[in-house]
Design a binder for this molecule. Sequence first.
Ligand SMILES: Cc1cc2nc3c(=O)[nH]c(=O)nc-3n(C[C@H](O)[C@H](O)[C@H](O)COP(=O)(O)OP(=O)(O)OC[C@H]3O[C@@H](n4cnc5c(N)ncnc54)[C@H](O)[C@@H]3O)c2cc1C
Length: 487
Amino acid sequence: MKKIAVIGSGFSSLAASCYLAKMGNKVTIYEKNHTIGGRARQLKKDGFTFDMGPTWYWMPDVFERFFQDFGKVPSQFYELEKLNPAYRVYFGTDDYITIEDSLEKICAAFESEEPGSSIKLRQFMAQALDNYNIAIKDLVYRPGVSPLELVTLKTMKKIGQFFSTISKDVRCEFTNPKLISILEFPVLFLGAKPSETPAFYSFMNYADFGLGTFHPKNGMYSVINGMKTLAEELGVTIKTDQNVEKINVENGCVSTIVVNGKKLTADVILSGADYHHTETLLDEKYRQYSENYWQNKTFAPSALLFYVGFDKKIKNVDHHTLFFDVDFEKHSQEIYDTPEWPNDPLFYASFPSKTDKSVSPEGKEAGIFLIPLAPGLDDIPEIREEYFEKIMDRFEKITNQEVKKYVIFKESFCINDFVTDYNSYKGNAYGLANTLLQTAFLRPKLKSGKVKNLFFTGQLTVPGPGVPPALISGKLTAGLIEKESKI
Ligand SMILES: Cc1cc2nc3c(=O)[nH]c(=O)nc-3n(C[C@H](O)[C@H](O)[C@H](O)COP(=O)(O)OP(=O)(O)OC[C@H]3O[C@@H](n4cnc5c(N)ncnc54)[C@H](O)[C@@H]3O)c2cc1C
């Protein structure tokens, strides 16, 4: 039995801890914040409940596979509902497309926008399903140790798709700009521009249209709570308000970690905190990646978020509503090419109380608003306020109603909070983007190459950003730790 100290309590750390405890190790999680869940924490205020981070439950099969590894099913831990509609996308006032809960219905919606597009969509989705089976059922469960992991008969047949992009492939088939935006939307979860994301990642479109969008009752935090229950059943100890301040190394191995000023020992250290931050806890000679390395990486966006309690039910929106009524390309440039506060941002709004009565008082609405931003921008209260006004004005105009005067309260969360709360590099929200050059073995490694018993997990390493990848990342690291201990 090994004594394993896990830094952080996000999805990846919780997942890894469950596997490591099941293998018979003594696992303790040290979380700096007062509550667990990391970027998936929950905010409760005046009878309203908000997921502070993830709100889209996609790829239910990955969650099932996780719980199955422990002889469980998700329904033992939380209640799941498939959303219909899955979401709505606004392109202007009274101008929107609704994405429903089956490919059949989505094809009908496409056909009414662009005649002939439903046939193309079915072909595109057949390809997307094929990619999903290759990627999510197999490739993402490989630890990114060697390039050879990506070389299989099936991937060789798809080689062209690694060198084309989602953007190119979608534009080859579809001409309607609204349909193009909808088909490019899912890869935004991977953190890069569709024009920088390999076409092979169309498996995200299968996750979207093929598998659908789900809502766990009480929000995504129910999944965190479920994993906490499972972890504790397996014997994991979870400690909050425990800031890991230093990782000390002797003879190439971690000798101690310093938590709230106290030195603790462990046989293995696994960090689910942001990779860059974890390396800063080491003396410089034990860091694998330089500041220059991180600066040259494509980070997924940060975000400006508002959690708003409304004193009325909001009309003309769905549980998930996207506002793509401005120039997608211009906003992407302001995130990736010339980092600056966007002139006319796209934004996303979620109203979980449309589906789930438990998250707001009766007759009221819980609203979450998200504007994607370049990481590292100057984040000051006046700018947050300016953007709140900006999106509220657009929201009122597009959805034809007054909402501002019904705001009971609003809480904001932005770059500075990502840094303070999660030690996030430049305040990134979703970690390191999945571009071609930041895929699999080209991402920061799960195992330190310089310190023998130090491992990493989470959205900056393999396989990448998002909740399902975080679960997979935890499994992969736990597997590597087990393998090492047998050598
Ligand atoms: C606003 C937002 C919206 C998102 N939307 C979605 C979505 O809809 N669907 C989806 O699938 N994904 C979404 N994501 C991405 C998803 O939430 C993340 O990929 C995932 O939660 C990351 O988990 P993690 O374990 O890698 O890291 P984290 O959740 O960041 O966990 C790291 C933990 O380490 C802790 N920590 C850091 N430093 C220390 C230290 N020194 N000592 C102790 N503890 C420390 C942090 O407090 C944190 O708890 C979203 C993310 C954000 C931010």
